[in-house]
Design a protein around this ligand. Structure first.
Ligand code: ZN
Length: 188
C-alpha cells in the first residue's frame, strides 16, 4: 500500500486546470491504485488527482463503506464531463480530505448525467442521483479548481475564514499524510 500526501486548501494545484489524458499507461494505473489506498486510509469516498498533487483529469469514487451503498463498486472517472444537470436542487452537508474538519451545507443539482472514460479508455456514461451524484459533482469541481467552500452561503463563508486560514498554515491535526507546502506536486 502506498499513501500519497493529500494536498491542502491553499495549495496551488487545487486551483489549476487539469490536463486530459491521451492514454492510460502503467504509471496512470499505479497512480489510481495509490489514490484508492490514500482515499481508503483517510476514510474518504471520493478523491481527485489534484488532491494528491497530480494535474490530470482523473477522479475516483467508492461508496461501498457507506450504509445502503455496500453493493456499489469503486469507479474510476477519466476525462469526465457532466453533460446534464437536473433543475431540481438539494442541500447536503459536504466535507473534503483537502479541507479537514470542516463541513458545510452545499446546494447542488439533485441528479446528473456523466460521461467519462474508464481505465480501458472506453467511453461510459450514466445517470446518478442522491449521494453518488453529490460525490461526483464535488470531485468534478475539484478538476475545475472549485472547492465546496466556494459554494457555501456568505454567512458560512465568513465563519470559515479562520478555520481555512489554519489549514493553509498547516495548523491542523490530520490523521493521514498531507502536503508540506502550497507548491506541492507529486513527482511521477
Ligand atoms: Zn474534496
Amino acid at each position: 500500500m502506498k499513501l500519497l500526501p493529500v494536498t491542502m486548501f491553499g495549495d496551488k494545484i487545487l486551483r489549476k486546470k487539469v490536463d486530459k489524458l491521451e492514454e492510460v499507461d502503467m504509471e496512470t494505473i499505479e497512480l489510481i491504485t495509490n489514490m484508492f489506498d490514500t482515499m481508503h486510509n483517510a476514510s474518504g469516498i471520493g478523491l481527485a488527482a489534484n488532491q494528491v498533487g497530480v494535474n490530470k483529469a482523473i477522479f475516483i469514487v467508492d461508496l461501498s463503506k457507506v450504509e445502503d451503498y455496500e453493493d456499489s463498486k469503486p469507479i474510476v472517472f477519466i476525462n469526465p464531463e457532466i453533460i446534464k444537470y437536473s433543475a431540481e436542487k438539494t442541500v447536503f452537508e459536504e466535507g473534503c480530505l483537502s479541507i479537514p474538519d470542516i463541513r458545510a451545507d452545499v446546494e447542488r443539482p439533485e441528479s446528473i448525467t456523466i460521461k467519462y472514460r474508464d481505465t480501458d479508455m472506453k467511453e461510459q456514461s450514466f445517470d446518478a442521483n442522491k449521494l453518488l451524484s453529490r460525490v461526483i459533482q464535488h470531485e468534478y469541481d475539484h478538476l475545475r479548481g472549485i472547492l465546496f467552500t466556494d459554494l457555501v452561503d456568505d454567512d458560512t463563508k465568513k465563519k470559515l475564514k479562520g478555520p481555512l486560514r489554519k489549514i493553509r498554515k498547516r495548523k491542523i491535526d490530520v490523521s493521514y499524510p498531507i502536503s508540506e507546502t502550497s507548491d506541492y506536486q507529486l513527482v511521477m
